[in-house]
Write a new protein. Structure first.
Length: 319
């Protein structure tokens, strides 16, 4: 008998973490960071509701921190299995976990300066750069469409989710009593017909389906309206803070290295042209590609390792 326990992304949309327990295996699907106001951030400090050393494997749908951001802490507290994800997701994870660790260290440093002045006990960062580097050694890259046994009684196959580079829908099969049961985790799903990403693959069968529904009650607006909103956000940021380029977009609340490279400057000339026109209409010069992180992401977009899908297996079709 298998059991599935939700340890995150319940009654909120961050901190994704699901524990699948079978007769022979304990596997985490996602190990995400809680993100939000202080009371939500504090959830990252609570003890794991399971023993990390007892987890045999972690499966990641993609590299965003709300799905991966507690992996360094999981490793530090005893996890020593494999972290399964697409090749591209692991490449992005290397950048994002190191960046997150740097932020954790700097936040703790700033807080401790304040605490020292008032004679309070010092705090430790949630995790360190060394913790991030340690867990990155556990990555096990997979290609789309490759069915892989990850424990004695669990197999997985990753399908393109069209959300960000390397994002995946997770098909998972459990061997039990001479039969297989199939669970599908959608991860975060992208839109169809976006300029830079393939459409999400279609999975036709599952015994149990876990489907993301963060925006399930909304209709997506036409692209011209989205581009106008993007330009308006930048215009407001320029009005509020006198800074430029990447830092301007960051001040506007945009994840600059991932989002700007994805939307504005990589791979799809028509999209870049549309965005430039929208920005130019509001007085912006062309966006410069001058940050190491952004250039790294662009390199992945232009020639991502292992990006080609393998032929679809029975039970799935590609658009």
């Amino acid at each position: 008998m298998a059991t599935l326990t939700f340890h995150g992304a319940t009654r909120q949309v961050t901190g994704s973490c699901y524990l699948l327990e079978t007769a022979h295996s304990r596997v985490l699907i996602e190990c995400g960071l809680f993100q939000g106001p202080p009371d939500v951030d504090r959830l990252n400090e609570r003890p794991f509701p399971f023993k990390p050393r007892d987890i045999h494997a972690v499966v990641l749908s993609h590299a965003h921190l709300d799905h991966s951001g507690l992996l360094p802490r999981l490793k530090r507290e005893g996890f020593d299995g494999k972290v399964y994800a697409t090749t591209q997701a692991l490449e992005l994870l290397d950048i994002m976990l190191k960046d997150a660790a740097h932020i954790q260290e700097k936040d703790a440093e700033w807080e401790n300066r304040r605490r020292e002045r008032s004679g309070k006990e010092l705090v430790a960062p949630l995790y360190t750069l060394q913790d991030a580097e340690d867990v990155l050694t556990l990555g096990e890259p997979l290609v789309y469409g490759q069915k892989t046994r990850i424990t004695q009684d669990i197999e997985i196959c990753l399908r393109d989710a069209g959300h960000i580079l390397g994002s995946a829908i997770v098909e998972l099969w459990i061997d039990a009593d001479g039969r297989q049961k199939k669970i599908v985790f959608s991860g975060d799903l992208g839109n169809a017909a976006t300029p830079l990403l393939r459409d999400p693959e279609i999975v036709r069968s599952a015994d149990v389906l876990l489907l993301e529904s963060t925006y399930g009650d909304r209709d997506h607006r036409p692209l011209p309206e989205t581009l106008k909103e993007f330009a308006d956000i930048l215009a407001q940021a320029e009005h509020d803070v006198s800074i430029e380029d990447g830092r301007l977009a960051a001040a506007a609340g945009l994840p600059i290295d991932v989002a700007r490279s994805r939307v504005m400057t990589c791979g799809n000339p028509s999209m870049s042209r549309d965005v430039r026109r929208a920005l130019a209409a509001r007085g912006f010069a062309p966006v410069r590609r001058n940050t190491p992180g952004q250039m790294t992401f662009e390199n992945y977009w232009q020639n991502p390792p292992g990006a080609e899908r393998t032929p679809a297996a029975p039970g799935a079709i590609t658009p």
